[in-house]
Design a protein around this ligand. Structure first.
Ligand code: BES
Ligand code: MG
Ligand code: ZN
Length: 507
């Protein structure tokens, strides 16, 4: 359980108290200031970023141990530094097999931050750090903490109760997405994965609908079907819908759900195939966002549309050179069976446009290795012809530290997707700019609603554990989307509770 708590550290017993320490300024007062000073007097600790020292049973506080963590110089301390502090404090306490930890909070005005923003970052880091993906381990050596208390004043405890609930809803979504993405592909083939999503969605009373392969055949979803052709486990198209009474606007979120991407007949080589269980990270982000949204209850409709397939090579698989007909009616020559994400996305987008007539449509996908070449593995690419929407996504990325960077959509590159015999080729004729040509391919099917595409091939997972995320799936996209949704609903200080709200993008 994670709480905001107000206690007297001199009187309340704690297994562990974690104290953030700034290198060049005091960020505490009273007993914590005195204690930080004592820690800094030690040779091995100066409050530099990354430093850590533990004092056992020090005078003046009733903590079995006080963990001091350096944050570095004041000017460098931002929300992300606080998330990292909270995440590391939790992880250190897990390593020590403790039942809980209390986090001391700095004086917000010393950090030049609003108390709400500071507490939000600490709660996020603590919540996200308190997670382990160990369901495949027989022996669970380390378990998440039972209690994490973020210490603050009695007034803040009362004032920020709603903030706590909001952080919990959103971060629980991130952890849910991590669980789905980390699950190996043999346990989340399309049928099984679609059931997982629906089961969790129903718990929060989302409307759900699953189109089976039969439905997809009947409806002529030729692009989704073509990608799923090589697998014994047939494609699904999942709808998760949050539709509050009186909502005037609809936002559609589309998430790529390739439960394993072998590349198909254009088989991926060793080194490129091992991590491809993560190719449904977009789907996980969309489903988990919808679940968070169901808890947050904004007055805007949100529709999640999630195409789910397994991309396999086999005697029934789609071949390079085949021509298929998409749900929207355009024909596509398959230049490369490994460019499958854009195929399932265009059918899902066309479906979303027809069924929900969204005002805004955003897709998220582990779409191209090229996007990782461009932006590295921590930053997602954002593609949109709509400045307001792109700015909302980029700003959401800055706020949440799920970082994004806007990329161009040059019209003249569109000709790289020409086919001699079909309306389009799914593969660019150039070896360069692959993230852009993939986005341009999608833009052909975006319809009239305002749209954006987010390529998360890089940040969907990390090879090395970080402060509030172990190595593996990151759950990237859920916090980004929740923040983006808030930005799209304007004129209210707390839009998720707002009575009347509308989308700030002019329609
Ligand atoms: N799933 C991959 C993209 C990917 C690569 C995600 C690395 C995460 C890490 C996607 O389906 C793919 O294979 N894209 C091809 C496209 C190409 C054939 C045009 C790529 O990026 O090479
Ligand atoms: Mg020192
Ligand atoms: Zn692929």
């Amino acid at each position: 359980m994670i709480r905001l708590k107000s206690i007297d550290v001199q009187k309340t017993k704690m297994a562990a108290l974690a104290v953030p320490v700034c290198e060049d300024r005091d960020i505490h007062d009273g007993v914590l200031k005195t204690l930080s000073g004592r820690a800094k007097n030690l040779e091995e600790f100066n409050g530099k970023a990354g430093e850590e020292v533990i004092l056992h049973n020090p005078d003046n506080v009733k903590a079995d141990r006080v963990i001091f963590m350096g944050l570095g110089k004041l000017e460098k301390i931002d929300a992300e530094a606080l998330r990292a502090f909270a995440g590391k404090a939790v992880k250190t306490s897990i390593q020590k097999n403790l039942a809980g930890v209390s986090l001391a909070t700095p004086i917000a005005k010393n950090l030049k931050m609003e108390a709400g923003n500071m507490l939000e970052a600490l709660l996020e880091g603590a919540f996200l750090g308190n997670h382990r993906f160990d369901k495949y381990k027989k022996e669970k050596k380390l378990t998440p903490l039972k209690n994490v208390d973020v210490l603050t004043t009695p007034a803040n405890t009362r004032k920020h109760g709603a903030l706590l609930q909001r952080v919990k809803a959103i971060c629980a979504g991130t952890l849910q997405a991590r669980e789905w993405v980390s699950t190996p592909s043999n346990d989340k083939r399309p049928g099984a994965f679609s059931r997982m999503l629906v089961r969790e969605a129903r718990k929060v009373k989302l409307k759900t609908r699953v189109l089976t392969d039969k439905d997809l055949h009947k409806g002529k979803y030729g692009a989704i079907l073509a990608v799923g052709e090589g697998s014994q486990d047939k494609p699904r198209l999942v709808e998760l819908v949050y539709h509050p009474q009186g909502a005037k606007k609809t936002i559609a979120l589309i998430g790529k759900g390739v439960t394993f991407d072998t590349g198909g007949i254009n088989l991926k080589p060793s080194g490129g195939i091992e991590d491809m269980k993560i190719d449904m990270s977009g789907a996980a982000a969309v489903a988990a966002t919808l679940i968070a949204v169901a808890r947050l209850k904004p007055e805007v409709s949100v529709a999640g549309v999630i195409p789910i397939v397994e991309n396999m090579p086999s005697g029934t698989a789609t071949r390079p050179g085949d021509v298929i007909k998409s749900y929207a009616g355009k024909t596509i020559e398959i230049g490369n069976t490994d460019a499958e994400g854009r195929l399932i996305l265009i059918d899902a987008m066309a479906h979303a446009l027809k069924r929900f007539k969204p005002d805004v449509m955003v897709d998220i996908a582990t779409l191209t290795g090229a996007c990782m070449v461009a932006l590295g593995d921590k930053i997602a690419g954002v593609f949109s012809g709509d400045d307001n929407l792109a700015n909302a996504i980029v700003a959401a990325g800055q706020k949440t530290h799920e970082r994004t960077w806007r990329m161009p959509l040059p019209e003249d590159y569109q000709e790289l997707l020409k086919s001699d015999i079909a309306d389009l080729n799914n593969m660019s004729s150039s070896r360069y700019g692959g993230a852009i040509t993939a986005a341009l391919f999608l833009s052909e099917f975006a319809g009239k609603s305002r749209g954006a595409h987010i390529d998360i091939a890089g940040p969907a997972y990390i090879k090395q554990g970080a402060s509030y995320c172990d190595a593996g799936a990151t759950g990237f996209g859920v916090r980004l989307f929740c923040d983006m949704l808030e930005r799209l609903i304007k004129n209210q200080p707390s839009p998720f509770k707002a009575k009347a709200c509308f989308i700030s993008i002019e329609l």
